[in-house]
Design a protein around this ligand. Structure first.
Ligand SMILES: Cc1ncc(C[n+]2csc(CCOP(=O)(O)OP(=O)(O)O)c2C)c(N)n1
Ligand SMILES: [Mg+2]
Length: 336
């Protein structure tokens, strides 16, 4: 499809009832999954670091839903929702958080290292900015093999101050790599506000240094996010032009499960929650007569059952066998 036909295509997609309800359901699934994850963490079913996506659902679903099955996603350590949006099974994600053999990484990775080759969800990385050069590598492979595929690289505002971010944008533009770089600007990197860490607070402007398309969107509005992402994905696929998209959003909880969250005012958190993306999108669906209160409640019950089933599966799954401790350490062993 030609690039100039895309806006019409997007408009059609965004007025299609089943697509809209699917977007809502995915946002709800991420919310309920993360709430349950917090509960399981507090019950010590999950150990180690654990970062939640609560508040960022519209950004995640608006961006990832614009991709095709054969496209790739590289994420960071706050990635449970990104994996769900890319179609990774909630059961396998919960099992990974529980450290079980049935998890996406056979219980070896945990919360920060989800990975699903078949779904082309390529991690899950603990180091800030670590995955951007890897996304470029995959972008390079796509160009080299002349495939109609796209890579989405997702990271936080804090990552835009890391050297690898700049190196990646430079090489992506120079080599015309089909990569959409997505900044999830949730206003903070751990306890540090964006304005205290970045000389430029409108982060999309960092694209200008590399003569790259830069966009900023309200990351609490799933349809706005999807609309702009559709355009950038088409640009990457059809013209091999990379881009930088800044989604302005918020995380309602602390940086991780162990963050007492003392660096920001309660009022600020309340104000963002009043703009909650799921609430607002639900109101939109009702206003447009695409769903009733009862429809949305029924969907919530269904989603919660899916999350409960994921917990049951994780709970009942076996621990990894100690004899397999060294399996998958080297690539040739993984292949055998
Ligand atoms: C290179 C590196 N430096 C520091 C850290 C410690 N660290 C972990 S998360 C984080 C904050 C990053 O914030 P941001 O990129 O905005 O993502 P968010 O957590 O807000 O989603 C920091 C500094 C790290 N993991 N890697
Ligand atoms: Mg951040």
């Amino acid at each position: 499809m030609k690039l100039d036909q895309r806006p019409t295509e997007t408009a059609r997609v965004l007025s299609d009832k089943s697509t809209l309800l699917k977007l809502y359901r995915e946002m709800l699934l991420i919310r309920r999954f993360e709430e349950k994850t917090a509960e399981m963490y507090q019950m010590a079913k999950i150990g180690g670091f654990c970062h939640l996506n609560i508040g960022e659902e519209a950004t995640i679903v608006g961006t990832v839903s614009a991709l095709r099955k054969e496209d790739y996603v590289y994420s960071n350590y706050r990635e449970h929702g990104h994996a769900i949006a890319k179609g990774v099974d909630a059961k396998a994600i919960m099992a990974e958080l529980f450290g079980k053999e049935t998890g996406t990484s056979h219980g070896r990775g945990g919360s920060m290292h989800l990975f699903d080759h078949d779904r082309r969800f390529f991690g899950g990385y603990a180091i800030v900015g670590e995955a951007l050069p890897l996304a470029c590598g995959t972008g390079y492979a796509i160009r080299y093999q002349d495939k109609p595929e796209v890579v989405m690289s997702m990271f936080g505002d804090g990552a835009t101050n890391i050297g690898a971010f700049h190196e990646s944008l430079n090489v992506a533009k120079l080599w015309k790599l089909p990569v959409v770089f997505v900044i999830i600007n949730n206003q903070y990197g751990m306890g540090t506000a964006v304005s205290r860490a970045s000389a430029v607070t409108e982060l999309w402007k960092k694209a200008l240094a590399y003569d790259m398309t830069g966009e900023r969107v309200d990351g609490m509005d799933v349809l706005a996010v999807r609309q702009v992402t559709d355009r950038l994905v088409a640009q990457a696929r059809d013209q091999h032009e990379p881009s930088l998209l800044e989604c302005v959003t918020y995380r309602y909880r602390g940086h991780s499960m162990s963050d007492p969250d003392t660096y920001r005012g309660k009022q600020e958190v309340t104000e963002w929650k009043e703009r909650d993306s799921i609430l607002k999108f639900g109101e939109y669906l009702k206003r447009e007569r695409l769903a009733s209160d009862r429809d949305l409640e029924a969907m919530d019950v269904e989603v919660m059952a899916e999350v409960d089933a994921a917990v049951k599966f994780a709970d009942e799954s076996p621990e990894p066998d100690p004899k397999d401790l060294f399996r998958d350490v080297y690539a040739d062993e993984a292949a055998s």
